[in-house]
Every structure is written in structure tokens, then in C-alpha cells.
Design a binder for this molecule. Sequence first.
Ligand code: DX5
Ligand code: ZN
Length: 228
Amino acid sequence: MPRPIQIAPSVLPADFSRLGDEIRALEAAGADRIHWDVMDGQFVPNLTFGPDVVASTRQHTSLPFEAHLMVVDADLLAPLFINAGCSRLIVHAEACTHLHRTLESIRSLGATAGVSINPQTPHHIIEQVLDLIDLVLVMTVNPGFGGQSYIATMEPKIGKVRELINNAGLADTIDLEVDGGISAATIAAARTAGANAFVAGSALFKDPKGLAHAIADLRDRATAVATA
Ligand code: DX5
Ligand code: ZN
């Protein structure tokens, strides 16, 4: 059974002074999980959430938390975010010298693991770790900031990742998630290319009709795409 369509709001655009309220609102609006864009100011030129911030919101929702670790030292930080309440850790292939070992370690701590690849990174970098992951995150912007434009030239790469997953017989266990510039204008193309999970930040928080409308509209647009 192929993996379902999932909408994973990024809290990067949220009001950080009211994160608990914002996360409760995202759950009420129909989010499937919360996507934490963790940035260390080294791997990317921005600094965001530490494990204590994540932990302080854990009580406000029953939704799963996934941490997108845009950090140079995933081995150091992954255990801290698992203890903070993240059930999925997404690490960048570009930052992990021993990616295979890092993914094994995340799983040994009881979390599921994902690999994220930046726009310049070829799809085949994940070929040797498909047995260790539950998600591939294809960046459709250069990481570091919300509100950027979707990079449509990533669509052929999304297709190649989809092919890798399907040819390995893992279409019912691995999510193909995209992150960056996902909106009503871009989600159908990303779905057509092969994604089934969608991180969105600014498109949700900027919708004048509210979070529930934004999430439902994205889900409807992705679901409407006929997949082969
Ligand atoms: C980039 C971040 C953003 C964020 C979503 O490092 O990962 O892609 O999640 O941002 P929007 O949806 O505003 O492009
Ligand atoms: Zn992200």
C-alpha cells in the first residue's frame, strides 16, 4: 500500500512567543505532524530551535514531532531531540561523515530516521541507506529560511528518488517528503514528480482563510493528482 498524502507544517513562520498555542492550532487544523526546522547557524546561516524549546511544546499536542536537523553535528544533537519528544530525526547527508552509522544510532534510540538532500546533492547518495530510513526529504529550496521560492528543477530528482524507493520495494514504508516553497501553486507538481509528504510553512501561516483551509487545500490538491 503506497504511503498516504501527509501535510507536515513547519513552525518556522509561527509566532515563537506563542508556540504552544500555534501547535495546538495546527493540530486542530488537521496537520499530520509537526516539522521542526532545527538550524545551528553553521550548516545553514540561521539559528532556530533547541531541544528545550521543542520539549516545552510536547505537552500541547499528541501529533508526532519530526526534527529536520540542519546542523553540522547530528550525532551530538539527535539524542537531545529524541529526548525532547521527536519521534523522527531527519539528518542531512551533506553533514554526516558516517551517515550509515548515524542512521543506525537514531534507530537504536527508538526513533525513525530520515535523510535530507540539498538541491545540489544527487539522489543516489541515499542508495546505500534505504534499509535504515523511513523518509527521504528532498529540499526544494536551499535550506536556512522559510518563504523562499520553490525550485522546480528538483522535480526530476524527486522522480529519481521515487524510482529508487519503488524499485527497492519500499514504497509502503518510506515517505518521500519535500520541503521548501510548497504552496497551492506548487504542490501538484511536487506530487506528480513523486512526493507523498509535504512540508509547508509560509503557505499555511499566510493563508487569509486560516490554517485549516490551507492544510485542506494542499491535501486536496495533492490527492487530486492521479498517480501512475
Ligand atoms: C528551509 C526550511 C523551509 C521550511 C518551509 O530550511 O526547511 O523550507 O521548512 O518553508 P516555506 O514553506 O515557507 O517555504
Ligand atoms: Zn524543513
